[in-house]
Design a protein around this ligand. Structure first.
Ligand SMILES: [Zn+2]
Ligand SMILES: [Zn+2]
Length: 119
């Protein structure tokens, strides 16, 4: 039995706020989206700034997102959607990357999409 007032698990924080796609396995967020970029957000008590739901999902599954500077000179760690669905909060589709790695992944993806379109 969980004690009252202890940390809430990921399941209960995100529970009921997403729909699992049987096609992709993505956990499609049904809650609020950020006005910039349309990323899943989850409200925090006490009127604090909302948190990104996919960051919560990753942290609940893997532990806190490191705040130490990444070894490659990036200014921070970020969470990448391996499925490229920004509304997804499935921890298995989320990957901790450095900011530089993240830019590189998306640049490569953009280049590949361009090629596919040109073909
Ligand atoms: Zn996904
Ligand atoms: Zn990404």
């Amino acid at each position: 039995m969980p004690k009252k007032g202890t940390a809430v698990s990921a399941a209960s924080r995100l529970e009921g706020k997403y729909t699992i796609s049987i096609v992709t396995g993505c956990y499609e967020w049904n809650g609020s989206l950020s006005s910039q970029g349309g990323y899943p957000t989850i409200a925090l008590p006490g009127g604090r700034k909302p948190e990104y739901a996919y960051r919560v999902a990753w942290a609940e599954a893997n532990g806190p997102i490191p705040i130490t500077p990444p070894p490659d000179g990036s200014y921070r760690w970020e969470i990448h959607h391996v499925c490229f669905d920004r509304r997804c909060v499935n921890p298995e589709h989320l990957q901790l990357v450095t900011q530089k790695q993240h830019v590189a992944i998306h640049n490569a993806r953009r280049a590949a999409m361009k090629l596919a379109k040109a073909a």
